[in-house]
Design a protein around this ligand. Structure first.
Ligand code: NAD
Length: 294
């Protein structure tokens, strides 16, 4: 049994914390939002009144916040100071690579251990304990975190040193965005050429264009009954989250002067999508914009 402080009990953090409680760990949670606190209490997660109270005496601190600025602020504003020396900080929010490295440096300077461990798999993966974790940090810290990550996730990959978990996440989501746009464009082009959705699906899902964006997240209703297109694009993975992740990708592209033209274009397309109704819809709903503009 490990004493764990779990900070950030939102859509992802709460089900992750619940799985740690169910696995028999001594979890104490914290979130500043009263509704999140009520939901956590109802779900059986004990709650502290302040983040620093949750952290005091914990062996492991997991953070699951909206963005990097919240992580750095929380680390600097008392979390690191309140923790016992040598505490393992597992930072699971999706944040920029350089923010992850800053958080790592702050934790090390304060005498602690830190890994970045962003996730994919969404709320369903968090609830079912089937998240994928992409981890950046030392071998020892990865090994120490692994038994806890295995409670919350199914696929756990050690990607390298500090920040490289976030690097893997940003690269994966850039591929995902580009492929979802390409699949949507292909369906709209097919429609205009007189091709039935099912016929295009039957070909592409077994051919060289095959990818998750068609076999799981098919952007037209019918061929994959569980895809968000069958429920008017209820997420799934909301456009706002994809736009956020592509903002981090663009930041990394610019910092590294990578000639990622498709990544840049995908960022612009999803920023526009998320500025309207698309922010709350599954990101495969981009097909509606493409159809409307065609
Ligand atoms: P969310 O907004 O539902 O939850 C974040 C929670 O953090 C909120 O309840 C907020 O009050 C809390 N918080 C903020 N500052 C805090 C602090 N100092 N101390 C304690 N709690 C604090 O967001 P989410 O959907 O749960 O996503 C969390 C992270 O996971 C994000 O970085 C997101 O990009 C990433 N992510 C989300 C999904 C998804 O499908 N929702 C999938 C993969 C990754």
């Amino acid at each position: 049994m490990t004493r764990i402080a779990f900070l950030g009990l939102g859509h992802m953090g709460l089900p992750m914390a619940v799985n740690l409680v169910k696995a028999g760990h001594d979890v104490i949670g914290y979130d500043p939002v009263p509704a999140a606190v009520d939901a956590a209490s109802a779900a059986g997660v004990p709650i502290a009144s302040f983040g620093i109270d949750a952290v005091a005496g914990a062996e492991v601190v997991i953070t699951m916040f909206p963005a990097g600025k919240h992580v750095i602020a929380a680390y600097e504003d008392g979390l690191l100071a309140a923790a016992d020396p040598g505490t393992l900080f597992i930072e699971s929010s999706t944040i920029a690579v350089d923010e992850a490295r800053t958080a790592h440096a702050l934790a090390i300077e304060a005498g602690h251990r830190n890994i970045d461990a962003p996730v994919s798999g969404g709320v369903v993966g968090a609830e079912n304990g089937t998240l994928a974790f992409m981890v950046g940090g030392s071998d020892d810290d990865f090994a120490a975190a692994l038994p806890l990550l295995e409670v919350m996730g199914k696929r756990i990959v050690h990607c390298g040193g500090p920040g490289l978990g976030q690097a893997a996440k940003v690269c994966n989501n850039m591929i995902l965005a580009v492929s979802q746009i390409a699949v949507a464009e292909a369906f709209v082009l097919g429609e205009r050429l007189g091709l039935e959705h099912q016929a295009l699906f039957d070909v592409v899902s077994q051919a060289s264009g095959q990818c998750w964006s068609i076999t799981t997240n098919c952007p037209v209703p019918g061929p994959v009954p569980t895809s968000p297109a069958n429920r008017d694009y209820q997420p799934g993975f909301a456009g706002a989250l994809m736009a956020k992740d592509l903002g981090l990708a663009l930041q990394a592209i610019e910092q590294t002067t990578t000639d990622a033209q498709m990544g840049r274009l995908a960022q612009r397309i999803y920023a526009e999508f998320a500025a309207g109704e698309g922010g709350h819809r599954d990101f495969s709903g981009i097909i509606t914009d493409i159809r409307d503009a065609s």
